[in-house]
Design a binder for this molecule. Structure first.
Ligand SMILES: [Zn+2]
Ligand SMILES: [Zn+2]
Length: 206
């Protein structure tokens, strides 16, 4: 899958926003601060209550796009998100390479954020398909992700969730494949015959 760097960063920013913890009333300001590299050094990240609500709505819409189950749903939700954006293409070589940004650096940070994530997410969906977006399959995690793997095989939001699930699946399989262990633990004073079978099975597995 070939992304341009800016576009792929923009969609990762969108995913980060959708997954951001919102327990703290100042969460949106904290989010902007944690992604300060997107903005001018002098930018202010202080948001009004109204601004926070707008960031919340944007985050909700990104999530809604990612969890959508049909193309019609995706189009609806994507268009609701795009309605919040005001793209103003802006050419720059700030990182040494000439490229386009979706938003100008001199508009308020919240407007830059909204526009960048809406455009970034839309680009990926129209170029690579909405199936590239998904929800983490790990138990107890409902973070969303964008799948940039070559064969579209991603199932987890992070390596942490992937390895946690691999370990859990391995343990579950071991339990199933080693009924001898279950016999032994369920029937401590079991018949001699069963005990022998269990021991044989256990040896075979080791
Ligand atoms: Zn750039
Ligand atoms: Zn996860």
């Amino acid at each position: 899958m070939n992304y341009d760097t800016y576009g792929s960063n923009a969609v990762e920013l969108a995913i980060d926003l959708a997954n951001a913890e919102r327990d703290d009333p100042k969460w949106a300001t904290a989010f902007l601060g944690a992604h300060a590299e997107w903005f001018e050094p002098a930018a202010s990240f202080d948001l009004s209550a109204d601004g926070s609500r707008q960031a919340e709505r944007t985050a909700d819409l990104i999530r809604a796009v990612a969890v959508a189950g049909s193309q019609a749903e995706v189009i609806d939700r994507l268009n609701a998100l795009l309605a919040l954006a005001s793209p103003q293409p802006y050419a720059t070589d700030h990182d040494g390479e000439l490229h386009l940004h979706y938003a100008r650096p001199d508009v308020p940070v919240l407007e830059q954020l909204t526009t960048t994530v809406a455009m970034g997410l839309s680009q990926v969906v129209v170029q690579h398909g909405w199936q590239r977006l998904g929800v983490c399959s790990a138990e107890g995690c409902d973070d969303v992700y964008v799948d940039t793997s070559r064969n579209a095989s991603r199932r987890y939001c992070s390596n942490t969730c992937a390895s946690r699930s691999t370990v859990a699946a391995y343990r579950a399989r071991r339990k199933e494949e080693d009924p001898a262990a279950a016999h032994r633990s369920q029937a401590p004073g079991g018949t001699l015959e069963r005990g022998r079978d269990g021991a044989a099975e256990a040896r075979g597995l080791r």
